[in-house]
Design a protein around this ligand. Structure first.
Ligand SMILES: C[S@@+](CC[C@H](N)C(=O)[O-])C[C@H]1O[C@@H](n2cnc3c(N)ncnc32)[C@H](O)[C@@H]1O
Length: 403
């Protein structure tokens, strides 16, 4: 949260830039880095800062725009100031008459009416900026301010209505400070840099803009098998920017583009285990299918006894199927002798231990990697020990290294 540019956007699922920089230390400068889950751009920004070419995919439009803004260092302070002056005059003219009643009701609940007016007037101005560089820059700045001005914390990872955010007003002042801090951060960077590229693309599919055997290193953090719903995490922002307007929109425009990581991604009735056994994934991973089937049955049985009755057994199958496709594409993009580093967490849906990291290592072998190694970085899950319904299995967060 303190590192310039990395700290431009607060993202629940962001990971450590120090991890990326540590790996890059020993990597030749002509290496091209691949990042299939760009998120808020940690790998891409680190690569750009350290002088490497990097290519990434991100499935969410919101995060894709955030990445592009963080990678564009051609923004000039004088132009930022010009835009801020114009925004100030629009606010002083429009604040009395602007009507927020047409804004998404979620936004009306999360911001007081004056603050929402200011945020919307700034947004409407930004959406009319013709120069993409500046539009993305200001979009990111205002997205950041959305976190700081809501009545409740909105990304922990979901909206937390039982807490109030202290100091939640003054959207324009916060916006201006954010913009000026961002320009200062850019001014600290070298002016000659190789700009990383990011695509709005689903990493389960072949990205025709990236040739085979292009990259020699992958550093990434895929979604975990832990029911985190990225569509839900970003819904205040996607509603605000008009990307989504409802649950249905989130399902169709956001969730559908992402690795299945939450039970909200699919309809239980559409899953059939016999059909699943005929998928490419099941046919090419015969060595792990018996173990997956055992866990599937056990989770399904436990689900019947739980209040929420969530279909984590189906989620698990979709997750590994999706990740198989991601690993196939990763293998295609990477040339021989490459390494891939994936930060991953193990899982225990309804108390059934799923060695997610190891299973993905095995799947990687069938996707064309030669070998894998697992390094544990920390234990997790223990802070929930006090919850009566929670399993007491110690989970770990790991680095999966594929060769
Ligand atoms: C764990 S986060 C990655 C965090 C990233 N390392 C960072 O520091 O921000 C996973 C990201 O992958 C994206 N994602 C999930 N499924 C995807 C897919 N199939 N294709 C591309 N991006 C995807 C999500 O939107 C999310 O931003």
């Amino acid at each position: 949260m303190k590192s310039p540019i990395h700290n431009w956007y607060k993202f629940t699922a962001g990971f450590s830039y120090k991890f990326v920089e540590e790996i890059l230390k020993d990597v030749p400068k002509d290496a091209i880095i691949y990042e299939p889950f760009a998120g808020c751009g940690t790998t891409l920004v680190s690569a750009q800062k350290c002088g490497y070419m990097a290519i990434g995919n991100e499935g969410q439009e919101l995060m894709y725009d955030i990445c592009r803004a963080k990678l564009n260092w051609s923004v000039e302070q004088s132009k930022v100031k010009e835009h801020l002056e114009q925004i100030e005059s629009i606010l002083s003219e429009g604040i009395q008459t602007y009507d927020v009643s047409a804004e998404n009701t979620l936004l009306q609940e999360l911001y007081d009416s004056y603050n929402l007016k200011v945020l919307c007037l700034i947004r409407n101005y930004i959406l009319k900026i013709a120069d993409n560089t500046y539009q993305l820059f200001f979009k990111l700045a205002l997205s950041n301010v959305l976190h700081k001005t809501a009545i409740y914390p909105i990304a922990v990872p979901y909206i937390s209505r039982n807490k109030r955010l202290m100091n939640n007003g003054q959207p324009y002042e916060k916006f201006k400070t954010t913009c000026l801090n961002m320009v200062n951060d850019i001014n600290l960077q070298s002016r000659s840099f190789t700009e990383a590229v990011v695509y709005l693309h689903d990493s389960r599919e072949i990205n025709n803009s990236i040739d085979s055997d292009t990259c020699s290193l992958c550093i990434t953090s895929p979604p975990y098998l832990n029911n985190l719903d990225y569509g839900e995490v970003s819904k205040v922002h996607t509603h605000f920017w008009g990307i989504t307007n409802s649950w249905n929109d989130i399902t169709q425009k956001v969730r559908s583009q992402l690795v299945t990581g939450a039970t909200t991604h699919y309809k239980d009735a559409e899953f059939d285990i016999d059909d699943f056994m005929q998928t490419d994934f099941a046919l090419h991973n015969e060595n792990i299918v018996p173990e997956l089937t055992r866990m599937y049955e056990e989770i399904k049985k436990n689900a019947k006894e739980r209040a929420g009755k969530k279909s984590f057994h189906i989620l698990m199958m979709h997750y590994f199927d999706d990740m198989y496709r991601v690993l196939l594409e990763m293998r295609r993009v990477l040339r021989a002798q490459s390494k891939a580093y994936l930060i991953l967490g193990d899982s225990a849906p309804y108390g059934v231990y799923v060695p997610t990291t190891q299973i993905l290592g095995e799947i990687a072998l069938s996707a064309g990697f030669d070998e894998y190694a697992i390094y544990k970085i920390r234990s997790r899950g223990t802070k929930w020990k006090s919850l009566s319904n929670r399993h007491n299995i110690e989970l770990s967060e790991n680095i999966l290294v594929l060769s």
